[in-house]
Design a binder for this molecule. Structure first.
Ligand code: FPP
Length: 238
């Protein structure tokens, strides 16, 4: 990949990015700073999600992934978990059709068996209705990277496999329809992966923003991509 360093003339070059993934962190802090309940931060975070996803697809990024609810998020209060699940369902009801019409395939990464049956059914329905679409939006819900790898290996064992290759495992991950992410963006100043795309992130570039997710804007995506374009990806070589 071309190594660009001239920041002054940088214009976000979206063609180099086939897959961008977001760890949408900071909703809780956004709400706390305003003395609002944490759910208010998630509501604002959903607005940001809608805007950022729309922007990425307008810029012809073929694969976008977001971390909406991790396997560890069940440890939050019943009230917060309930609010997040309600938002997810509302998001499917209100926004999914527009994305599907815009040729976006929606895939939910993670184990649906622990979710409310009504929500899981809505997820399966939208996955089915959009399965032939070109661009991909992966929404990680009840997702954990370790859990995903275990699930992939178990599915190979179930098929009677005695040994497996890295490609076999990749092919059984929830993300098998997408290439590995080129760029993973995390907001809210935290610099860790938090069990997100553990296998797929082997050669991803990371970009950290101090902005809280509800404050993140399309121009912050541009900045991240400009920064990404200055990176020299070596994949273990020179
Ligand atoms: C992390 O911020 C964010 C989450 C656990 C939930 C992300 C959900 C959304 C952005 C809204 C719903 C999205 C979809 C796709 C329907 P945090 O709560 O850990 O923030 P904190 O670290 O400041 O407490």
């Amino acid at each position: 990949m071309k190594n660009r360093t001239d920041k002054d003339t940088a214009v976000a070059d979206f063609h180099a990015v086939k897959h961008i993934a977001f760890i949408m962190d900071g909703n809780g802090r956004w709400a706390q700073r305003r003395l609002l309940p944490r759910s208010a931060g998630h509501i604002q975070g959903l607005k940001t999600f809608t805007e950022i996803v729309k922007y990425c697809f307008e810029k012809r990024i073929a694969n976008v992934t977001v971390y909406a609810f991790s396997t560890e998020n069940w440890n939050r209060s019943e009230e917060e978990v309930g609010a997040l699940m309600e938002l997810l369902e509302r998001n499917i009801d209100e926004n999914a059709d527009e994305l599907v019409e815009k040729d976006v395939r929606i895939i939910f990464l993670g184990d649906k068996s622990a979710l409310a049956p009504k929500l899981a059914d809505k997820m399966r329905d939208i996955e089915k209705r959009s399965e032939n679409n070109r661009a991909i939006l992966n929404v990680a819900v009840n997702y954990g990277g370790r859990d995903e790898i275990v699930h992939a290996v178990n599915s190979l064992i179930k098929d009677g496999r005695m040994s497996v290759s890295a490609d076999d495992i990749s092919s059984r991950l929830y993300t098998s329809a997408s290439p590995d992410p080129d760029l993973i963006i995390r907001t809210a100043g935290e610099q860790r992966l938090s069990n997100f795309l553990l296998w797929q992130a082997a050669y991803s570039e990371f970009y950290y923003s101090d902005k809280l997710w509800p404050d993140f804007t399309p121009s912050d995506v541009d900045k991240a991509i400009d920064d990404f374009m200055t990176r020299h990806r070596k994949y273990g070589g020179y």
